[in-house]
Write a protein that binds this ligand. Structure first.
Ligand SMILES: [Zn+2]
Length: 281
């Protein structure tokens, strides 16, 4: 476990829901389905904003309406505009952690002109290398988004994580791989302890609880090996934030009543357990 005695900043974290799908079923969300009853299992799409006064560290850029709609998902709102509704401007985003380069995490880079990007080195190698000759591996990536990273790289706006790094006091990135080769999770110090934004290391809490990966996965062993690491980095299971689970909007309090369906706070304890989305076997 990382300890940093000098880190005395407690951050606020807000999860912003920007897209959703209600048509997904249980058997779409696990790699091993033979002992699972099928049924509806909706999925939400988020970005996460870590707030330090006037400075925003954004975790993922989400996606835009054109990309979401083309891929069959229901776009709800632009993440940059949503930040505006919370009282922040996109210019306040000084850092943007790209957990991985899939289409639903890498969009909107142009809307955050002051942001330095943080990527794991193996993710950009995967997304721009020979793996992309395989249509199955290429499908979750969007070429325009990938090109936007290359442009940022040539503009000296990209920093690479080589395994584990601290990007601000109390905020560390940890490479886990699995879902994609370069997937990284974000550990954030808050008033309730260290929260881990797990992104697609677990789409749903059920992926972790059942030890049953989401079916978009490059390395199953790495995917499964990430769970105990994430549990060690988080102060408790309640400090782990799944990447796509709709239960997040139910168990965490809204940022304000005006944005109840859009934004919830993760730096305060949940008011329930994330078990409600667990399919029955
Ligand atoms: Zn995702």
């Amino acid at each position: 476990m990382i300890t940093d005695q000098t880190d005395d900043i407690d951050y606020e974290i807000v999860a912003i829901r920007y897209a959703t799908t209600r048509t997904r079923g249980v058997r779409d969300n696990f790699i091993s389905v033979h002992d699972l009853h099928d049924g509806p299992m909706p999925m939400d799409f988020y970005v996460w904003a870590i707030i330090d006064g006037d400075r925003i560290i954004l975790v993922d850029g989400g996606s835009d309406e054109e990309v979401c709609t083309r891929r069959g998902y229901r776009f709800l709102r632009c993440p940059a505009a949503a930040l505006g509704q919370l009282g922040f401007s996109p210019e306040q985003v000084t850092d943007l952690v790209v957990t991985h380069m899939h289409w639903d995490h890498l969009g909107n880079l142009d809307k955050f002109p002051n942001a330095r990007l943080y990527l794991h080195k193996s993710e950009i190698a995967h997304a721009t290398g020979c793996a992309m000759c395989q249509p199955t591996l290429r499908k979750p990536y969007d070429v325009n988004q990938v090109c936007s990273v290359i442009k940022a790289l040539y503009a000296d706006r990209v920093a690479f994580n080589h395994g584990e790094c601290r990007i601000a006091p109390g905020i560390t990135l940890h490479h886990v791989g699995g879902h994609t080769p370069g997937l990284q999770v974000v550990r954030v110090r808050t008033a309730r302890g260290n929260v881990v934004l797990a992104s697609d290391a677990l789409h749903f809490y059920a992926n972790s609880l059942l030890g049953n990966p989401f079916p978009v996965v490059v390395n199953v062993q790495d995917y499964l090996d990430a769970f105990p690491k994430i549990e060690a980095w988080a102060d408790s299971p309640d400090h782990i934030i799944a990447g796509h689970d709709p239960v997040i909007m139910q168990i965490y309090p809204p940022w304000s009543d005006a944005v109840r369906d859009m934004a919830v706070r993760l730096d305060v304890p949940p008011n329930g357990k994330p078990m409600s989305n667990l399919p029955t076997a």
